[in-house]
Design a protein around this ligand. Sequence first.
Ligand code: 5GP
Ligand code: ZN
Length: 112
Amino acid sequence: MACIFCRIVSGEVNADIVEETNNFIAFRDVNPVAPTHVLVVPKQHIDSPISLQALGGEALQEMFQLIDKIAKKENIKKSGYRLILNNGNDAGQEINHLHFHIIGGRKIGRLG
Ligand code: 5GP
Ligand code: ZN
């Protein structure tokens, strides 16, 4: 299995796991850009945003509830955070296993 996030899901590679649900795992980015930088990753290897819907509506609810739970736990729900999905080359996507970045704990500049 080559995909690094699949290897984290299987437990073969260590990560600083923050939360886990049936369909998702959330762990700290190894190279954080802010005090909170957590990656929310589907346990299934999903390689594009449109494929995320294959998990079904309940899993998507589960994901947004998970994001909210992490924001509360990290104390950034009130102060705010940025939720990022990099898709493809121009977005600078490095890992071809769909994931959301939760970034907060400091003021983040505008995109561009
Ligand atoms: P992307 O650019 O694909 O949206 O983001 C990939 C992110 O995964 C990067 O922010 C990078 O620091 C992080 N990352 C890459 N390899 C690992 C790893 O082995 N463990 C963890 N925790 N994060 C990783
Ligand atoms: Zn994968």
